[in-house]
Every structure is written in structure tokens, then in C-alpha cells.
Design a protein around this ligand. Structure first.
Ligand code: ISE
Length: 339
């Protein structure tokens, strides 16, 4: 480690990678961004130029670099498997953006490979676990002051979907967050997933089933209902209301400044997930960098097992939408490393 700082290599210079590069460079203490790798050299150079890092065109070379102590992976999910295996091989602490890998089978391979090292080195970027409102909601539920949770009503809205977005991506790219949030909040595995859809919004592209309603049943008997709507038009909105035996608790109401004028009152809604979860991303990166300086990852973060469980739920969700019925989930045996 140079000057006691953890030296970070970042793979992926797209929208999320560029945001993380800026974050590490400007706001994370005890960490230095030393290298940025992307198959598109121009993009890597562009992002590197705004930091003190060098651009590398080969991710394998970046992982092998002796001056890289820890790795951030922000490239598409389809590229993660070999990168994670190479990082485990080198013993590098990793912060990997979701998904761990695109499917349950490859995700389980990562779990097995990490478990065989007997060390947790992979932290998965489910940033809601660091959001102040969500962590407060988790504490409220864990404190039992409202009694047992019975139902979760979750809303996940994006203003507009990117051009390449598909109805399946609404499950595995968007609802993947709720699969993790539900498991984390309730501390229970997911038992089954089913998907219903009302008529699609006329604002959605023709081939997109938007919105969709995803029903998640957990082993402890709670049911979560998720509305995923990726062309809502008005802003980025992520909410969760827990209905418990003795009351309810709700987060995500965008309770910033409320103005009153011209016979009306109101506030603003965040434009995208970088703005809405900006505090969560910063806390996530700071806690990961602190742990990486000690050679590990944040033990309270989502881990490879959580990534595998989320991948299994996404697979079930995509199938459930296709066949129109409830799809049960059965997970492999959990290695002791994740107990
Ligand atoms: C995106 O990849 C995210 O992770 C956002 O949080 C989510 O709201 C969006 O739907 C996804 O496409």
C-alpha cells in the first residue's frame, strides 16, 4: 500500500464506473485510484484523465498489476465471472457492482471458489444496504417495536428506460435490488416469485411490459409486492412500506424541502439512482476501502452468497413472467463461510 492508502484498480469506465472513479478520487479517504481498465481505450483514458489514475486496456493486466491492492468491478454482469475468479486467485478484496454474475449457476461457481479460500474477499454493490433510511427501517424491524412484518409494499420507478432495456431486464437488472432488500430486511430466504402485469403504459416502448407487479414470498411467511415501472416519466422513486402486526414503517418519500406557492405545495423528486443513492454509494465505498486497507471486505455488506441468492430469484422471476405462474426457488447448501 502506498502511503498507507489502499491502491484501487477499477474495471469498467461506463456510466457507473465513471461515477465511482470520481467518488474514489474526490471523496473516499485512505484510498487512491491507480488504474482504470476498459476494453474501450478512449473511454478508459477519458475517465482516467479526470483522476490521477492510468488507463489500462486489458482488465487481466490490471488485476495482475503489483500496485493494485483492491479492485472495483463496474463492467457489465456478463464479464464478472473471470474477473472475480482472477481477483480471488490474487487475494484482492473486491467491490463488485450487481449482479454477481448473470445466472445462478455461474454465481454458485463464485461462491464455491471463494468458500474454498476460506476468506471473504467479495463485497457486492447492493447500495441500499448503506442508505440511511433503509438502515433505519432495518433497525426498526429488527427491534420488533412494530411486531412481526407481514407485508412489504415496494415501489421501484425509473423516469425512462434505456433504449436496450427489455421486460426481463426489469426483473434481473431492476427488481434484483428488491430481491436483495427483502432478504436483508427480513433476514429470510425467498421461497417463490410470481409476476403479473397490468396493461402497459403508452409511454413505454412497444415491446416492453411496463409496469410489472412482482410477488415475492419468503420462507418466514412474509409477502413482498414490488411495482417495477421503468417509464413512469416523473423521476426516480424507490419506496418501501413494511406492514407489521402493530404498525407500519415507510421509507423513500423524498422528504426534502417542501415549498408552498401559487396555491400549491410540493417538493422535488430525484432524477436517477446516482442522485437518490449518492449517500449510500459514498458510505458503501468508504466502508469497503477501510476494510480493504486491512486486506478484507465489509462483513456487513452483501456477499457472494447474497449475490447467488439474488441471481436465483432473478431466474425464477424471469421464468415466472414467461410461464405466468408462481416459481419456487431452491438454493444450494450455504457454505459455512457465509453463516
Ligand atoms: C439500474 O441498473 C440500477 O441499478 C438502478 O438502481 C435501477 O433503478 C435501474 O432500474 C437499473 O436499471
Amino acid at each position: 500500500m502506498g502511503n498507507g492508502e489502499v491502491r484501487i484498480g477499477l474495471i469498467g469506465a461506463g456510466r457507473m464506473g465513471a461515477d465511482h472513479a470520481r467518488r474514489i478520487h474526490e471523496r473516499i479517504s485512505g484510498a487512491e485510484l491507480v488504474a482504470i481498465g476498459d476494453p474501450d481505450p478512449e473511454r478508459a483514458h477519458e475517465v482516467a484523465a479526470s483522476t490521477a489514475a492510468r488507463a489500462v486496456d486489458n482488465p487481466g493486466k490490471l488485476i495482475a498489476s503489483p500496485d493494485v491492492d483492491a479492485l472495483v468491478i463496474a463492467s457489465p454482469g456478463s464479464t464478472h465471472e473471470p474477473l472475480l475468479l482472477a481477483a480471488l486467485e490474487r487475494g484482492l478484496p473486491v467491490l463488485c457492482e450487481k449482479p454477481l454474475t448473470p445466472d445462478a449457476e455461474s454465481a454458485l461457481k463464485i461462491v464455491t471458489a471463494e468458500a474454498s479460500t476460506e476468506r471473504r474477499l467479495i463485497q457486492l454493490g447492493f447500495m441500499r444496504r448503506y442508505d440511511m433510511e433503509y438502515t433505519q427501517l432495518k433497525r426498526t424491524l429488527a427491534g420488533q417495536e412494530l411486531g412481526a412484518p407481514l407485508v412489504l409494499h415496494c415501489t421501484h420507478r425509473n423516469p425512462v428506460s434505456p433504449p436496450e432495456f427489455t421486460s426481463d431486464m426489469m426483473i434481473y437488472d431492476s427488481v434484483v435490488h428488491e430481491f436483495d432488500t427483502v432478504r436483508w430486511l427480513l433476514e429470510s430466504e425467498i421461497k417463490s416469485v410470481s409476476v403479473n402485469a397490468p396493461r402497459s403504459s403508452t409511454r413505454a416502448p412497444d415491446d416492453l411490459v411496463d409496469p410489472q407487479l412482482v410477488t415475492i414470498e419468503t420462507l418466514d411467511g412474509t409477502v413482498a409486492q414490488v411495482e417495477i415501472f421503468v417509464n413512469c416519466g416523473f423521476g426516480y422513486q424507490v419506496r418501501c412500506e413494511a406492514v407489521c402486526e402493530a404498525g407500519t414503517a415507510r421509507v423513500g418519500d423524498d422528504s426534502g424541502v417542501i415549498t408552498c406557492r401559487d396555491s400549491a405545495w410540493g417538493g422535488s423528486i430525484t432524477a436517477d439512482f446516482r442522485e437518490r443513492f449518492h449517500q449510500a454509494f459514498d458510505s458503501e465505498f468508504q466502508q469497503w476501502a477501510d476494510a480493504a486497507r486491512r486486506g478484507g471486505v465489509d462483513q456487513t455488506a452483501a456477499n457472494a452468497w447474497d449475490g447467488y441468492a439474488a441471481a436465483a430469484s432473478c431466474e425464477a422471476g424471469v421464468r415466472a413472467r414467461g410461464i405466468g405462474t408462481r416459481v419456487p426457488i431452491s438454493l444450494a447448501e450455504r457454505p459455512d463461510l457465509y453463516a
